[in-house]
Write a protein that binds this ligand. Structure first.
Ligand SMILES: Nc1ncnc2c1ncn2[C@@H]1O[C@H](COP(=O)(O)OP(=O)(O)OP(=O)(O)O)[C@@H](O)[C@H]1O
Length: 211
């Protein structure tokens, strides 16, 4: 499987955020996306996830058989997208049913992120780092080759970051692909890196900035 991204551009609120972004990602590869605040890292992931339309460029997933790009990816954004009233286990059971291609059962996935003890607690009672770990456990309950992760280490303590790194390396080891935005090193072996530079504003855009 191969993801090819060619000359991608992004506009938000009628402003060009970035342009000319190209990369390829093959089975087993990880791409780390860096850049300053507001450069467009999250926007790039949203475009890849099909949540935002690109202003220009082509995204192609090859050797995916009958599956569309949307069917091949997991997206974990800034917001953990969990249902607060449901328990951690119920959230994962819902995701497993909804996403198809079931993989680990919810208790196993929670065990893998060190949260077995919190399985029956409503997500509303969990800490930010625990919620993040439930969101990451969602990656494990359904087989999807491409993981799109927006600052996956945010709110994680060092032990949880180690667990995450292990899960990412295991996913790559089984032929998975990862694209992750980050402000701090992920310490993945042989990862590719792309730095998103926000396009310089035009003079007329500068005039629009508030004084
Ligand atoms: N819904 C939106 N409407 C208009 N502009 C938006 C919207 N969402 C984001 N933007 C703008 O797009 C730009 C890129 O935002 P984005 O969140 O992709 O950056 P980022 O590189 O992920 O930043 P950070 O490192 O702070 O998370 C920012 O200037 C932001 O204000």
């Amino acid at each position: 499987m191969r993801l090819s991204v060619n000359n991608l551009a992004c506009e938000r609120g009628e402003r060009r955020i970035f342009e000319g972004v190209s990369f390829t990602l093959r089975a087993g590869e990880a791409l780390v996306i860096t850049g300053r605040n507001g450069a467009g890292k999250s926007s790039l992931l949203e475009i890849l996830a099909g949540r935002l339309r690109p202003a220009a460029g082509v995204i192609l997933l090859e050797q995916a058989g009958e599956r569309t790009l949307a069917e091949c990816l997991h997206y974990v954004g800034h917001r953990d997208a969990l249902k607060a009233a449901l328990t951690a286990q119920e959230n994962l059971a819902f995701a497993r049913d909804f996403l198809g291609s079931p993989a680990m059962k919810p208790p196993e996935a929670l065990e893998a992120v060190g949260l077995a003890h919190a399985a029956r607690l409503p997500v509303a009672y969990l800490s930010a780092g625990q919620r993040r770990r439930v969101a990451l456990a969602r990656l494990l309950v359904a087989h999807r080759p491409l993981w799109l992760l927006d600052e996956p280490t945010s709110a994680l303590d060092t032990a949880s970051q180690d667990i995450l790194r292990l899960l990412l390396e295991q996913h790559r080891g089984s032929g998975g692909m990862i694209a992750a935005t980050t402000h701090s090193p992920l310490f993945l072996t042989d990862s590719k890196e792309i730095r998103i530079e926000r396009r310089s504003p035009r003079v007329e855009e500068l005039d629009e900035e508030p004084a």
